[in-house]
Design a protein around this ligand. Structure first.
Ligand code: AMP
Length: 278
């Protein structure tokens, strides 16, 4: 496995690869959720490139860019064990020749970003799309792997690929959870012991909502009320219901509904997201 930190070296190594390449873009602090994407890519492609880059242009001014967990050595070990071909780990200076306001960016439309996470994180998806587009161009990947954990991100990337005719297949990967159903996230590292327990109410809300829909006794109001009661110790940012394919808001819930939650924990103020198809 090669660990590459510059664009020149990446281009050179990519030009030597034979066969298909899978790309797994990450911000590091790798866990089993990331590993599931990596394993799928290794299985489906001749080469796998994992990028590890805490992308500054997708963070807002008051967000956790500086304290975002960084575990580079352990990340490389996980990649090596998993059969990764190249770890690409550039610095922000290597990726960006100037500040965000002087860069050419890819900006998804208002209709896709003026909701859910995009609403509370202005500019976030411009940063995500721009870095992902650069990684597509640099790696010439045939497939790129994204987790359904970040459902709005996955939707926006799929739309970008379609709208801009990127020659790449986007492979969605299911959410990996702990045994008690907490969705794995690098930000779980911020949680205190008590918050770790309180955070379970997020996935609990989703699983209970799905049960209500399966039993045909669910209204949107009843699901929201139940979720708010379960998550009473969290600061809930949104509980929303969209069509899982179009990402348009749904007034009634059915089996095409994707339910999404974002909430902050009370002490460390960690922002957690999770979602489920009902
Ligand atoms: P991140 O490092 O948080 O930017 O995540 C990199 C990729 O891993 C994204 O496509 C995420 O959606 C995906 N991912 C993160 N957590 C999980 C999880 N628990 N299950 C599946 N995929 C995940």
């Amino acid at each position: 496995m090669k660990i590459i930190k510059t664009i020149e070296e990446l281009k050179e190594e990519i030009s030597k690869l034979k066969g298909s390449t899978g790309l797994v873009p990450t911000m590091g602090a790798l866990h089993n959720g990331h590993k599931s994407l990596i394993d799928k890519s290794v299985k489906e492609n001749d080469n796998t490139v994992v990028s590890i880059f805490v992308n500054p242009i997708q963070f807002g001014v008051n967000e956790d860019l500086d304290k975002y967990p960084r575990t580079f050595e352990a990340d490389c070990k996980l990649c090596e064990k998993s059969g990764v071909t190249i770890v690409f780990a550039p610095t922000p200076e290597v990726m960006y020749s100037s500040s965000k306001d002087n860069l050419t960016l890819i900006c998804p439309p208002y209709s896709a970003v003026d909701k859910l996470c995009g609403k509370s994180r202005p500019g976030h998806f411009d940063g995500v799309c721009s870095v992902v587009a650069k990684l597509f161009n640099l790696t010439h990947a045939k497939r790129a792997y994204f987790g359904q954990k970040d459902a709005q991100q996955l939707f926006i990337i799929q739309k970008m690929v379609k709208d801009l005719n990127f020659d790449i297949e986007i492979v969605p990967c299911p959410i990996v959870r702990e045994e008690d159903n907490l969705a794995l996230s690098s930000r779980n590292k911020y949680l205190t012991q008590d918050e770790r327990k309180i955070a379970l109410s997020i996935s609990q809300s989703l699983f209970e909502a799905r049960k209500l829909v399966e039993q045909n006794i669910a209204t949107k109001r009843a699901i929201v009320d139940n979720s708010l009661a379960l998550m009473k110790e969290l600061d809930v940012e949104y509980i929303e219901f969209v069509n899982y394919e179009t990402f348009e808001f749904q007034n009634e819930v059915d089996r095409n509904t994707l339910m999404l939650i974002a909430a902050r924990t009370p002490i460390s103020k960690t922002r957690l997201i999770d979602n489920m198809k009902l």
